[in-house]
Ligand binder design. Structure first.
Ligand code: SF4
Ligand code: SF4
Length: 793
C-alpha cells in the first residue's frame, strides 16, 4: 500500500455531488449557434484562419496557435462562420474577447481525420505536436497547454507522472463520471503520456469519496503498472501542488513548477482528450460539464460541444431562473458569478452551478477581523491570510509579494472559515490583478525606456559619424587650400583663369564652347562688349522678342511664387520679392532695348529728333555709324562720353562684384567674369581717353544723379553697397554670407529647375547640373566656414 501524505490546513465543506451523479453522461446535442473563443487557454490567443461566410467542418482548425504557449481552436460542429467578433466569454470580469461564431447546419459533418494506429513507433516530438495541434489544454484548472508541459523538464528528468482525478470542489462531478464511464480512454491517454514522458512511476490520484470512479480506474489500469491512489477527501486536495504533496510527500518550491522536482501533472480529462487526439485524430472540441444546483430540476453531466451557450445547457436541465440566487461558472469555492447566460462553454468549463438561496445563502456582512488565526490554520499553502488581508487593504504590494501572495491558489478555504465573514479571497484576487497590472506597466515602461535609449544611442552614433565625416571634409578642404596657396598667389589664380578664358575664346568659331552655360555666358559677354555686330537687325529683333517673352513668363512665375510665399507666410518671401524685382528690371531693360532697336530701324523724321532724348541717342548712334561723328559738337561729345563713362564705371563695379563673388564661391564661371571685367575696364579706359582728348569745357554745377527709375542702376547700387558692407566684415562673416548666398542661389535654381521641368524646358538639364555644382560649392563653403569658425573660437 502506497504511503500518502497530508497537506496543511484544508476544509470539509458539504460535497453536494450526488445530485448530478444520478444519471449517465448525456450528449448535449448541437445548439443552433456555437461561440468559440480564440483564447480558452493560458498564453497567446489563437489567430483566426477562417473568414465570415466560410463553411467549416467538425474538427476543422479555425484558429491557429500563435507562439509556444498557445493552443489552436477547432470547429466543434459543421456549419457556416457567421461572425468573428468579440463576444462575452466566461471570465470573472464579464469581459468580451474575439470569438468565431458558427451557425450550425445540424449535419455534424466531420473533417477527414485519422488516428495513429501505433503511436509507440513515432518519436515523442511528433506526438507532442499532435497534442499541440489538437488544441489540448488543461481541462481541470487554468487551461495550460498540455504540449507545453510535455515539452518541458529537459533539465531534470521526469520521475513521476501524475493524473489528477481528485475533483475536490463541492458539486462538481465531471471528472468523477468521466472516470466511471471512460476509464479505459483515460488509461489509454495515460499510456501515451507515459510513452512521451518516460517516468519511473505513473500515479492517478482520486479522493476516497468517488468509490465507483476508483473501481473503474483500477480495473482499467490493471496490468499497466499505473497506480490508482485513493486518499482522504479534503478540500483543496485537487490543487496541483497539494496533490503532488499528498502522493509523493514532495513540495513544489514557491514560484516553481512541478517539473522542477521531476513531476508532470495532467488532468484525467486532458489524458482522455490526448487519447482521442492521438488514436482517433480528434481535436479537443467537446468536454464533460456538470450542470447542477437546485435551480435545475435535472442536474447531470453533459458531453458538451465547446462553444455551446450556457443558456442552452440550462434549458436542457430545466433551469428555473426565479429560484436561482446566482449563476456560477465552476464550483461554489473557486467559481465566479456569470452575468450573462449567452457565454459559451470552453475547454476549462467543468461546472455550471445554479444554486437556490437556501443552498448558497448570501454571506452575512463582513465584520472586523478578530485575529482568531483560523484562516492561517485552514490555508493549504501555509500562508498568513490575515496579514495578507491587511496588506491587501493597504495596497502594500511589496509586502504582499514578500508574504508569497503569488502562491495563493485562491481556494477560498480562509474565507470559508473566517468567523468575521471577511471575503479574504476576493481581496487576494484584486491584489493579484493590481500587481499583474503594475508588472505589465513596468515591463511596458522598461521597453519604452529601452526603445528611448536605443534611439538616443543611434542619434549619438549618427552624430558622431557625421562629425567624423565633417572633420574629414574639413581636413581635405584645408589640405586643398594649402596646396592652392603653395601653387601660387590669388592673383596668379585669377590670371590663370583669365588666360584660360582667353585661350578658350581664341579657339574662335572653329572651336565653340561645349558647355551650353559657357556658351550662353560667352554670348552675353559678346553682346555686352559690342561683339554682336554680326547679328542682323532681324536676328536682334527676334532675339529680343524671344528674351522678352521668356522674361515675361519668368516674371509671371516669380510673381506667382511670391504670392504663394506671402500667403504661406514663408521665410523666403524677401528672396522671392527680390527675384520679382530683378526680373521686372530685366523686363524693363529688354523693353527699352527692343524699343530702341526698333526705332533705330525706322526712318526717323528729322524735326522730331531734338525733342526725344532716346531718339536723339539713336540718331547719334546712327550718325556715328554713318561717320557723322564729326558733326557732333564738343559739348555734346563731352556729355555723351561722361554719360558713357558713368555707365561703364557702374558696369565695371558690377562686373568686379560678380567676379569677386564668383571667386569667393569658387564658381566655375569666374573666368568669364574676369574677361568681362577686363573688357569693361578697357572700354572705360578708351572712353576716358576720348573725353580727355576733347577741348576743356566751361565748368557746370554738378547735377545730382537719380537712379530711382533705373533698375540696373539700382542693382549696381545694391551690389556696391553690399561690397562695401562686405569689406568691413570678418573672414568668417564673409564665409557665412557666402554660405547664405549659395543657399539662396540653390533655392532659386531649384525653383527655376522645378519650373523648367514643369514646362518641359530644354534648360532643365543645365539647371540640374548647375544645382549639383552649387550644392558642391555649398558643401565647400560650409567646410570653410567651419574652419574659420573654429579659428575664431
Ligand atoms: S479568520 Fe478572519 S477573523 Fe480570523 S484572523 Fe483570519 S481574517 Fe481575521
Ligand atoms: S485562498 Fe489563498 S490564502 Fe486563502 S486559504 Fe486558499 S491559498 Fe490560503
Amino acid at each position: 500500500m502506497r504511503k500518502i501524505w497530508d497537506i496543511h490546513g484544508g476544509i470539509h465543506p458539504p460535497e453536494n455531488k450526488t445530485q448530478s451523479l444520478q444519471d449517465n453522461i448525456r450528449a448535449a446535442g448541437i445548439p443552433a449557434q456555437l461561440i468559440v473563443p480564440l483564447s480558452q487557454h493560458i498564453g497567446a490567443p489563437a489567430a483566426p484562419i477562417v473568414n465570415v461566410g466560410d463553411r467549416v467542418l467538425k474538427g476543422q482548425m479555425i484558429g491557429e496557435a500563435k507562439g509556444f504557449v498557445s493552443a489552436p481552436v477547432h470547429a466543434p460542429s459543421s456549419g457556416t462562420v457567421a461572425a468573428i467578433e468579440p463576444r462575452v466569454i466566461p471570465h470573472p470580469s464579464g469581459m468580451s474577447a474575439p470569438c468565431v461564431v458558427i451557425n450550425c447546419d445540424g449535419k455534424d459533418e466531420w473533417i477527414s481525420h485519422q488516428g495513429i494506429s501505433d503511436y509507440r513507433s513515432l518519436d515523442k516530438n511528433t506526438l507532442v505536436d499532435t497534442i499541440r495541434n489538437a488544441g489540448i489544454a488543461g481541462m481541470g484548472g487554468a487551461g495550460f497547454p498540455s504540449s507545453v508541459k510535455l515539452s518541458g523538464g529537459k533539465d531534470k528528468p521526469i520521475e513521476t507522472l501524475i493524473l489528477n482525478g481528485t475533483e475536490c470542489e463541492p458539486y462538481i462531478t465531471a471528472d468523477d463520471i468521466l472516470m466511471q464511464e471512460r476509464a479505459a480512454e483515460i488509461i489509454a491517454g495515460a499510456e501515451i503520456l507515459r510513452h512521451i514522458v518516460e517516468p519511473n512511476e505513473t500515479l492517478i490520484g482520486v479522493e476516497d469519496n468517488k468509490p465507483e470512479a476508483l473501481a473503474a480506474m483500477r480495473a482499467a489500469a490493471e496490468g499497466t503498472g499505473i497506480e490508482v491512489v485513493s486518499f482522504p477527501t479534503k478540500y483543496p486536495s485537487g490543487g496541483e501542488k497539494q496533490l503532488i504533496q499528498i502522493l509523493t510527500g514532495m513540495e513544489v518550491p514557491s514560484g516553481g513548477l512541478p517539473a522542477d522536482i521531476g513531476i508532470v501533472c495532467q488532468n484525467i480529462g486532458s489524458a482522455r482528450a490526448i487519447y482521442r487526439a492521438v488514436c482517433h485524430g480528434e481535436p479537443l472540441i467537446s468536454r464533460v460539464t456538470t450542470v447542477t444546483g437546485e435551480a435545475c430540476s435535472t442536474p447531470r453531466n453533459y458531453d458538451v460541444l465547446i462553444g455551446t451557450p450556457v443558456q442552452y445547457l440550462l434549458d436542457l436541465s430545466h433551469f428555473d431562473a426565479s429560484r436561482c440566487i446566482r449563476l456560477i461558472m465552476g464550483g461554489p469555492m473557486m467559481g465566479y458569478t456569470l452575468q450573462d447566460t449567452a457565454v459559451p462553454i470552453v475547454k476549462t468549463s467543468n461546472c455550471v452551478l445554479a444554486p437556490t438561496v437556501e443552498e448558497l445563502p448570501p454571506p452575512p456582512p463582513a465584520q472586523a477581523c478578530i485575529r482568531c488565526g483560523m484562516c492561517a490554520e485552514a490555508c493549504p499553502v501555509s500562508l498568513l491570510p490575515q496579514q495578507m488581508y491587511w496588506f491587501s487593504r493597504a495596497q502594500e504590494h511589496d509586502k504582499l509579494e514578500e508574504h508569497n501572495l503569488a502562491d495563493c491558489i485562491e481556494c477560498g478555504a480562509c474565507s470559508y472559515v473566517c468567523p468575521s465573514n471577511i471575503p479574504l479571497v476576493q481581496y487576494y484576487r484584486a491584489s493579484k490583478a493590481e500587481i499583474r497590472q503594475a508588472q505589465q506597466d513596468k515591463i511596458k515602461a522598461e521597453r519604452s525606456k529601452e526603445r528611448f535609449e536605443a534611439r538616443q544611442a543611434r542619434i549619438e552614433r549618427e552624430a558622431a559619424e557625421k562629425e567624423a565625416k565633417r572633420k574629414a571634409r574639413l581636413e581635405a578642404a584645408k589640405a586643398k587650400q594649402q596646396s592652392a596657396t603653395k601653387d601660387g598667389s590669388k592673383d596668379d589664380i585669377i590670371q590663370a583663369a583669365i588666360a584660360r578664358s582667353k585661350a578658350k575664346k581664341s579657339g574662335g568659331a572653329d572651336n565653340p564652347p561645349q558647355d551650353p552655360a559657357q556658351a550662353a555666358i560667352a554670348r552675353a559677354q559678346a553682346a555686352r562688349s559690342g561683339d554682336a555686330v554680326s547679328e542682323t537687325a532681324e536676328e536682334k529683333t527676334a532675339r529680343l522678342e524671344k528674351q522678352l517673352a521668356s522674361t515675361e513668363k519668368r516674371l509671371a512665375a516669380a510673381q506667382q511664387k511670391l504670392q504663394l510665399a506671402i500667403d504661406n507666410n514663408d521665410d523666403n518671401v524677401e528672396a522671392f520679392r527680390s527675384g520679382v524685382e530683378k526680373t521686372e528690371g530685366k523686363l524693363q531693360a529688354l523693353h527699352k532695348e527692343l524699343d530702341a532697336h526698333r526705332a533705330s530701324q525706322a526712318p526717323a523724321p528729322a524735326e522730331s529728333v531734338s525733342d526725344d532724348p532716346a531718339a536723339a541717342a539713336i540718331a547719334r548712334a546712327q550718325a556715328k555709324r554713318a561717320g557723322g561723328a564729326e558733326t557732333e559738337s564738343p559739348d555734346a561729345a563731352r556729355e555723351r562720353l561722361t554719360t558713357q563713362i558713368a555707365s561703364t564705371e557702374k558696369r565695371l563695379d558690377a562686373a568686379q562684384q560678380k567676379y569677386a563673388d564668383a571667386q569667393a564661391q569658387g564658381d566655375a564661371n569666374a573666368a568669364a567674369f574676369a574677361t568681362a571685367v577686363e573688357k569693361t575696364q578697357a572700354k572705360l579706359d578708351k572712353l576716358r581717353a576720348e573725353l580727355a582728348a576733347l577741348p576743356a569745357a566751361e565748368p557746370e554745377p554738378a547735377a545730382e544723379v537719380s537712379n530711382a527709375d533705373d533698375p540696373a542702376a539700382q542693382a549696381i547700387a545694391r551690389a556696391l553697397a553690399a561690397r562695401n558692407a562686405n569689406a568691413e566684415l570678418s573672414e568668417a562673416d564673409k564665409a557665412r554670407n557666402a554660405v547664405s548666398s549659395l543657399e539662396k542661389r540653390i533655392a532659386k535654381t531649384q525653383q527655376k529647375l522645378d519650373q523648367a521641368q514643369a514646362d518641359g524646358d530644354d534648360n532643365a538639364a543645365i539647371l540640374s547640373d548647375t544645382l549639383a555644382k552649387l550644392q558642391g560649392k555649398l558643401d565647400e563653403a560650409r567646410q570653410a566656414l567651419d574652419a574659420l569658425s573654429q579659428e575664431e573660437n
